[in-house]
Write a protein that binds this ligand. Structure first.
Ligand code: ZN
Length: 282
């Protein structure tokens, strides 16, 4: 047998094997061929191949639909698995995986609206490399809002990394692989969130790291979200040359959102004590 014949019969064998996996009901008719019980179409045909009559399998429309359904099911399962991986890789703290818009207490109505719209319009914002700058006092829920955005985008199967400069500095100091690869990886995420900027030590090395991260996102045209306790004015008026170049890149691409409102930590403390008061003073 020549190579072409061999390939042809190999192909036929595969088709026959595949046809055996059919799960939809079928029946044999008088002509000796199998027919689909559902649509009535033949699922076999006689064909002369190299002078020899053979019975070959064919696919009816129900089997085609069934195959498409299985493929779609596999695709959805793959996406679901990917989403689990993306969420595990996004946050430094597992707790944040649960921070979602539906857990929002609604006390930051304006900010929540902006955050939800950021997720909704991410495609357009991403194309222009546009991000957000959440600023405001300690405990106003900036980190919560940013984590909700991260989870919302991960639900859409997009890669997000939410971290702090302190963590990045730590990773770089402990990393065996190259610094460049580390920064390249940070640039590959569809969205990077730097939480609590300016809470870190103010050293030349740290400032260099911040600049490299912020500038990397800027250069790659990818969005960045920053949360900070600094005011926008403090960022605009920064005198320090290193800080100035960092802030100017952030202010250029990140839409400022002033997160005001009650101190969440104090409020939660108060309700903790309310529980305790009930328990203790009954
Ligand atoms: Zn059929």
């Amino acid at each position: 047998m020549g190579a072409i014949e061999k390939a042809l019969f190999g192909f036929i064998d595969k088709a026959v094997e595949k046809a055996k996996k059919r799960t939809l009901p079928s029946h044999l008719e008088d002509d000796g061929l199998l027919y689909c019980d559902i649509c009535g179409a033949p699922i076999q045909c006689r064909q002369e191949i190299l002078g020899k009559e053979m019975i070959l399998p064919c696919i009816c429309k129900c089997e085609k639909a069934e195959n498409d359904r299985k493929k779609e099911e596999e695709r959805q399962a793959e996406i679901a698995n990917n989403i689990i991986r993306l969420r595990a890789a996004c946050f430094d703290s597992a707790e944040m995986r649960k921070w979602r818009f539906d857990a929002d207490d609604g006390k930051q109505e304006e900010t929540s609206k902006i955050s939800k719209n950021f997720v909704k319009n991410f495609d357009k914002l991403k194309a222009d490399g546009r991000g957000l700058l959440f600023f405001g006092d300690v405990g106003t829920g900036k980190t919560f809002q940013a984590a909700c955005i991260a989870n919302g985008l991960i639900d859409l199967n997009l890669s997000v990394r939410m971290t702090t400069i302190a963590r990045i500095v730590n990773d770089l100091q402990g990393s065996l692989s190259g610094r460049n690869e580390y920064f390249d990886k940070l640039c590959r995420y569809e969205l990077l969130i730097l939480d609590d900027l300016d809470a870190e030590r103010n050293t030349e090395f740290v400032n260099e790291v911040i600049f490299e991260v912020v500038d990397g996102r800027h250069q790659s045209g990818k969005p960045l979200i920053v949360t900070t306790n600094l005011t926008r004015k403090e960022m605009l008026m920064a005198q320090d040359k290193n800080k100035k170049r960092i802030y100017s890149r952030i202010l250029e691409r990140c839409y400022p959102v002033n997160v005001i409102g009650i101190d969440r930590r104090k409020a939660s403390l108060a309700s903790d004590f309310a529980e305790m008061k009930k328990l203790l003073e009954g």
